[in-house]
Design a protein around this ligand. Structure first.
Ligand code: ACM
Ligand code: ZN
Length: 477
């Protein structure tokens, strides 16, 4: 039985029949319509190989399916007809390049692999407390100084007094955007505000509530240095940065973060208090909401669809068109929002944060997650889940081999949840295909985690979890 990753919608196989296909080239037939803009039909017979699709995207996915068939079967291809289209329109992977950077060639390898899994969004996390990683013409000092930190204090294994830094030039960003476009992947940049802003505050201390100097951070904590909402210059600087970012990232979506924003400074800040009073805002949550709504309205005027992490829902009425990315939603607010009409993306920390070890979120756990299984989600709410995303945060991931081993094969599982219908999913069949696919990726130098790590047993879990937690909670030397 043909089993690919992600498993196609419909596979009709002529049992036991194969064709020698090394001389065949792919013939294309344009369809006026089929099962949507990403759909395709692929027919392999002794007459040849034919791809039919209504759009270039469809042809692209037909080719990806064919290359996986070739990788699994060599030049003896099964006689079959595959008809395929995705379950969700938004299928995303996120790489945090703020905590640790990865070279352009490595990002391209990650993107290329993700494209072969039929992901269509690359969420690029480019600015955080530990570094601002974009070349900006409007604020060159933000690039020069905000991209450098004095060392590393990430757990017991990443301790260093050697300055760490770097950024992507605008040419490199254009190269990544083009590389993605050729693979029908949209780059979704994230400029995280008003928290996670130490790198910005390092260069513009006047945008903080205290006005005191702020260091680009070295460790993995949630920092109280957040942007001052009562300071008029804050919005000016943020909007100038966004305007320049929009010239680099032509896609429809733009991510403004909004996660993990301690309110401590806002409570004490005379400017924030006066501002709240002047706007009739009665809480710190209201200040956050005001800021997020203002920044997102600015982006919407530029034609963008704005995404924020689920904390953006706090404090009142979030702009209606904002999409919420659900990562840690203990109260169920994001599910309620979906039930009430808001578009959401499912990126549950448990089990989609692949920076956690396999002992936390094993391959089978990642595979088993289905956004529709959330009990609180109503049938109407399900209609508003536009897709899935798996982030890899990189506080503890500082090299390419580690990055790849954390993501693969767990991103195989996420890809399948984004693309394949639940009734076509089956863990055992998936795992056998995953073993084949990881062999294929190993062949091109991608460091997939070895199979014995995919689903650790209880003893391995206890040991690995303890090691991880010890590391996670160590910050100083
Ligand atoms: C997040 O993990 N803070 C979105
Ligand atoms: Zn303030």
């Amino acid at each position: 039985m043909i089993r690919l990753i992600p498993q196609p919608l419909f596979v009709h196989e002529r049992a036991g029949r194969f064709v020698k296909a090394d001389g065949f080239t792919l013939e294309r037939k344009q369809l006026s319509s089929f099962l949507g803009e990403e759909s395709y039909r692929l027919v392999i017979s002794d007459k040849g190989i034919v791809a039919e699709a209504p759009t270039e995207k469809g042809f692209f996915y037909a080719e990806k399916t064919l290359s996986q068939l070739r990788a699994f079967y060599g030049d003896s291809l099964p006689v079959c007809r595959i008809e395929d289209s995705p379950r969700f329109p938004y299928r995303s992977f996120m790489i945090d390049c703020a905590r640790h950077m990865f070279p352009v060639h490595e990002l391209k390898r990650m993107i290329d692999t993700a494209a072969s899994l039929k992901f269509n969004k690359f969420h690029w996390h480019l600015a955080d407390d530990q570094g601002f990683r974009i070349e900006l013409k409007c604020y060159p000092e933000l690039t020069r100084l905000g991209s450098m930190r004095a060392g590393d204090r990430f757990g017991q294994y990443l301790q260093s007094d050697k300055p760490y830094g770097g950024y992507y030039t605008q040419d490199e960003i254009a190269e990544i955007v083009d590389f993605c476009r050729e693979r029908f992947i949209e780059v979704v940049p994230e400029f995280d505000v008003p928290g996670h802003s130490s790198a910005l505050l390092h260069v513009f201390p006047e945008l903080g509530c205290t006005g005191k100097s702020v260091a680009v951070k070295l460790s993995n904590e949630i920092f109280k240095d957040v942007l001052c909402i009562g300071e008029a210059k804050t919005e000016v600087v943020v909007k100038n940065i966004i305007s320049e970012l929009c010239t680099m990232f032509p896609g429809k979506y733009f991510h403004i973060g909004g996660d993990e924003v301690p309110r401590d400074n806002w409570k004490k800040c005379p400017k924030c208090r006066a501002f709240a009073a002047s706007k009739g805002i009665s809480s710190e949550d209201g200040l956050q909401l005001y800021f997020i709504n203002s920044v997102s309205a600015f982006l919407e005027e530029k034609g963008k669809t704005v995404i924020g992490w689920n904390e953006c829902l706090k404090g009142g009425e979030l702009n209606e068109s904002m999409v919420v990315e659900r990562w840690l939603d203990r109260s169920g607010a994001a599910l309620d929002a979906a039930n009430n009409g808001r578009k959401i993306i499912a990126a549950p920390m448990n089990p989609y944060y692949v920076d956690y070890p396999y002992s936390f979120y094993s391959l089978s756990m990642t595979y088993s997650y289905d956004p529709f299984n959330e009990k609180r989600l109503t049938p109407a709410g399900r209609e508003n889940v536009i897709g899935v995303e798996s982030p890899v945060w990189t506080e503890f991931i500082n090299n390419c081999a580690k990055l790849e081993a954390h993501c693969f094969p767990r991103w195989f599982a996420v890809a399948e949840s984004g693309w394949s219908e639940p009734e076509n999913k089956d863990y055992r069949a998936f795992e056998i295909a995953a073993e084949k696919l990881s062999g294929v990726l190993h062949g091109v130098g991608i460091n997939c985690a070895p199979i014995e790590k995919w689903n650790p047993n209880t003893v391995q879990k206890i040991k690995e979890n303890a090691r991880f937690m010890k590391n996670y909670t160590t910050t100083g030397k």
